[in-house]
Design a protein around this ligand. Structure first.
Ligand code: GLY
Length: 370
């Protein structure tokens, strides 16, 4: 069991990583159960898989439990589901001092966290993430949001959870493709500022993906510790510090937009290809050695992940892809900050990237054979 702390003054909280934690869930959440009842939010898939054993434990602990089930899938990060969830919470008589429990992947964490931030002008919530991506990234750090017609995550709030309970054992039932997509976010922490962790990923990535408990535990704890450190330094992304966590996301966002933000290219897969593109573009600008980009692509390829535009199913030309980037919420005064690298573990925020040059780079990649 690892217990990590995210230092944010009054908003500080603990992240517990423990294999089998969901089998002792009532014990773990005891500090946040008031008035003998608990309010839970989950999605249809996760609830079918995990709710019966959680409900049984809550009952055994003498806790009443009410569960709101959201349809599984990214499309539930919507105004409609937010309204249904907040109506349900109010119907249940939620009070400001209540804690809402979010059991699921990134969609559930983002939707529940946002609902918690606005109901009664702000309730507390606890994250129990059930995907690798949510465990190593979205459940920690307090970014909550829904998607709207204008784009992804454009309406939301910074609202930190009070506690995050991570049980790596729940990943045993995660589809391998989702596991690989989440793994891209693990590798990201090595690429940002921890070259030895990238070396470790190269040596142990296959074990992580096959669910080896020791490797998976190490990958999750290292990732969460990195995220907690970076968020602790720059909670609201105002100092070019938390922005490092967006490595691969600007390229990735354009790829997701081109492929419809869905099953054709999962978010984590887009981030994986996006990180390869960020390294390749950095090499093209002479910032890092071409070998660094080759090494990152080789690792993702060895893990069975897409690494090229073609493998990502992206056909749009550079100008179209760059146009998607222009709608990025990080665009400021006509300038889009880009995450580039001086090498593996040496990511930085570049404020001087010319989008026309990025478009030319993407067209060069399209023109490459193979
Ligand atoms: N996923 C990026 C962040 O939490 O800042």
């Amino acid at each position: 069991m690892a217990r990590l702390n995210i230092a944010l003054g009054q908003r500080s909280y603990e992240i517990a990583v423990e294999a089998g934690a969901l089998d002792a869930v009532a014990q773990h959440i005891a500090p946040w159960t008031k008035r003998g009842r608990t309010l839970w939010v989950s999605d249809s898939n996760v609830a079918a898989r995990h709710w019966p054993r959680i409900a049984a434990q809550l009952e055994a602990a003498g806790l009443a439990a009410a569960l709101h089930i959201v349809p599984a899938g990214e499309q539930s990060k919507s105004w409609g589901e937010l309204a249904r969830l907040t109506d349900w919470l109010l119907g249940e008589g939620v009070e400001r001092s209540d804690t809402i429990f979010a059991l699921g992947g990134g969609m559930i964490g983002d939707l529940t966290g946002f609902a918690a931030s606005i109901v009664k002008r702000g309730c507390e919530f606890v994250q129990l993430p059930t995907t690798l991506l949510a465990q190593v990234d979205s459940s920690v750090g307090g970014k909550t949001a829904i998607n709207t017609a204008a784009g992804k995550n454009l309406v939301g709030a910074f609202h930190q959870p009070r506690f995050v309970l991570i049980d790596p054992q729940v990943l045993a039932t995660l589809p391998p493709r989702e596991m690989r997509a989440g793994y891209a976010e693990v590798v990201k922490y090595g690429l940002i500022d921890d070259a030895p962790f990238f070396d470790w990923c190269e040596a142990h990535g296959a074990e992580v993906l096959s669910g080896d408990p020791a490797a998976l535990g190490h990958a999750i704890v290292t990732s969460v510790a990195a995220k907690a450190r970076i968020v602790g330094e720059d909670e609201r992304e105002t100092k070019d510090r938390r922005a490092l966590l967006n490595l691969g996301h600007t390229f990735g966002h354009a790829l997701e937009a081109d492929t419809g933000f869905g099953e054709r290219l999962l978010h984590g897969e887009a981030v994986g290809v996006g990180m390869v593109l960020a390294l390749q573009y950095s090499a093209r600008r002479g910032l890092c050695a071409p070998q660094d980009a080759i090494r990152v692509a080789a690792h993702f390829k060895a893990c069975g992940m897409p690494v090229t535009l073609r493998e990502a199913g992206v056909t749009a030309d550079g100008a179209t892809l760059v146009d998607h980037m222009r709608h990025d919420k990080k665009m400021a005064g006509g300038n889009l900050p880009f995450l580039l690298a001086r090498g593996i573990g040496q990511t930085f925020v570049a404020h001087d990237v010319d989008l026309a040059d990025v478009a030319a780079f993407l067209d060069e990649l399209h023109a490459r054979p193979g």
